[in-house]
Design a protein around this ligand. Sequence first.
Ligand SMILES: NC(=O)c1ccc[n+]([C@@H]2O[C@H](COP(=O)([O-])OP(=O)(O)OC[C@H]3O[C@@H](n4cnc5c(N)ncnc54)[C@H](O)[C@@H]3O)[C@@H](O)[C@H]2O)c1
Ligand SMILES: O=P(O)(O)OC[C@@H](O)[C@@H](O)[C@H](O)[C@H](O)CO
Length: 379
Amino acid sequence: MLAVHFGAGNIGRGFIGSLLSQSGYDVVFVDVNEKVVQALQQRGTYDVIIAGETTEKQIVSNVSALHSHHQQSEIIDHIARADLVTTAVGPNVLPLISQTIAEGLKKRLTDHPVHIIACENMIGGSEHLKKYVWEHLSEQEQASLKDKCAFLNCAVDRIVPNQSHDDPLTVVVEPFFEWVIETKQVIGHVPHIIGAHFVDDLQPYIERKLFTVNTGHAIVSYLGYRKKYETIHQAMADRDIFADVTNALRESGRVLVHQYGWDEAEHQAYIDKIVQRFMNPSMTDEVTRVARSPIRKLGPNDRLIRPAMKYYECFGEVPTSLAKGIAALLLFDYEGDPEAVQLQQTIKESGIEGALEKYAQLSSDHPLVAEIKKQMFHI
Ligand SMILES: NC(=O)c1ccc[n+]([C@@H]2O[C@H](COP(=O)([O-])OP(=O)(O)OC[C@H]3O[C@@H](n4cnc5c(N)ncnc54)[C@H](O)[C@@H]3O)[C@@H](O)[C@H]2O)c1
Ligand SMILES: O=P(O)(O)OC[C@@H](O)[C@@H](O)[C@H](O)[C@H](O)CO
């Protein structure tokens, strides 16, 4: 079995590549990072360190790599033969790899289906990727691929911090992982992936993950940044931040339980587990990684605005803790993040209302806007 995986970064090596290799695939990573690509080509193996109460080393083998820009024809040939194509490049990079995937699909010589799974933190990630790929195919090509290629949405969860080691391939990960894949679009058999959880309808799972793990993570990162903490672990040890995060998760949890009928006690246990994961003393996760790309995170369907809007729609009240998280995001002025610089520039030119209208599609008369502005004075 052959899997082509775009993005040999944290989650690519630390989770997807490792699980696919364990499941029996030859994994060909595609990346733009010359050093990582070369090391994978030379060695064909790397280490994953699982950091929990104890430390465990996993050796990932049967892997190789191709350079995303310099080895286009090889990538296309691999996609033409692959059983699985996966990505973990970040939502903003999906359009940039779509033409290569389209070229590979055009060349498929086999009737054997290929499943394509975008493992990004977003709702409908694979559907988005399909839209970009389809833009590079004629109607005839799209029709001929209908029974040969399927895009499966998924939710992927494992905290993998930025890190640097003497060995550029080694990656430290937390013990917890969850990969939920939607079966609706599957052609033939579901892909063989050990440890993946296949479900008919992904919506409750992706929303539960994004609006709990990523909502809480975003809030601790933005509040932590304001208080000059460097890591998530340090920020979580601050009693006020801990209280803000758990209150916000109670608010997003109320929406999730209302919308999807999750059992209340089970959902609380899910929240508690996530809070413990944020506090894992064996992980050094920088607040600036978790806070990265604030414009993306301010999107109407992303981890802060969507649960806050839903809360207002469902219960007719403004969620104050989620509003505080959004306020903290708007104060994120880290110069090392191009989106933070752009956001601060927009706020300077158009004010808080202008930025919320532009990036969150939130009109200035929405009660959430007044609450966000009020919360900015409490941070
Ligand atoms: N790290 C986590 O904890 C985590 C967990 C779950 C989901 N995710 C999601 O996974 C995705 C990747 O996150 P990450 O933390 O691994 O980021 P990362 O920056 O470590 O990895 C992204 C990789 O994509 C590569 N890349 C960039 N442009 C490319 C291109 N044109 N072609 C091929 N490769 C390219 C980069 O060089 C990098 O190696 C994001 O959508 C993120 O939300 C991350
Ligand atoms: O990857 P992002 O930028 O969407 O979000 C940052 C973190 O919250 C995220 O990477 C988590 O570590 C991950 O989603 C855990 O499963």
